[in-house]
Design a protein around this ligand. Structure first.
Ligand code: ZN
Length: 169
């Protein structure tokens, strides 16, 4: 099977948000987490759903700090970020039962980064035969209900993680 890297190319859609400000900076007002599709904000890392995913369950994992690249993170931040990527994969496995994942970084515009200034990992669940499905999905953009439903399915699992690890909700 051909490995599909298209999720990275779709990232420009992220910049649909016109309100200004960075979609990854959680801010102090946590009341908008639901509408922003934020699943988790820890001390150092956060998880947000891609509003226009290439496939259902497409997550973005970012450091809380607004930085451009891995080299600007402390060792502790890097560890927390990768731990959060790992937890996100575990939760997706449990809830959505994917058969594989694409996990990656786009660093720089030329590499396809839609939000270049705040680095983030893409965690994209994959199923056998999902290629056709994704093409339609990407073009039609019928996803809002789909996304919200998935958000509410995933959220309790991220909350559980927060409680277990003593993080802030
Ligand atoms: Zn930011």
């Amino acid at each position: 099977m051909k490995v599909l890297w298209a999720p990275w190319r779709m990232e420009y859609i992220l910049s649909d948000q016109k309100e200004g400000g960075c979609i990854f900076c959680p801010g102090d007002d946590r009341h908008t987490d639901g509408s922003r599709l934020i699943l988790h904000v820890g001390d150092l890392s956060m998880v947000i759903m891609n509003r226009f995913p290439y496939i259902n369950g497409h997550l973005l994992v970012a450091p809380v700090r607004h930085v451009k690249g891995l080299e600007l993170l402390s060792g502790e931040e890097r560890l927390d970020l990768l731990t959060t990527v790992t937890r996100s994969i575990e939760i997706l496995k449990k809830v959505m039962k994917p058969e594989g994942f694409n996990v990656g970084l786009n660093l720089g515009k030329v590499a396809g980064a839609g939000v270049e200034e705040h680095m983030h990992f893409h965690v994209v669940p994959r199923w056998n035969g999902d290629n056709n499905y994704m093409t339609v999905f990407g073009e039609v953009r019928v996803i809002p209900q789909h996304i919200e439903e998935t958000y509410h399915r995933l959220l309790p699992h991220f909350r559980e993680v927060n409680v277990v690890h003593g993080g802030v909700q």
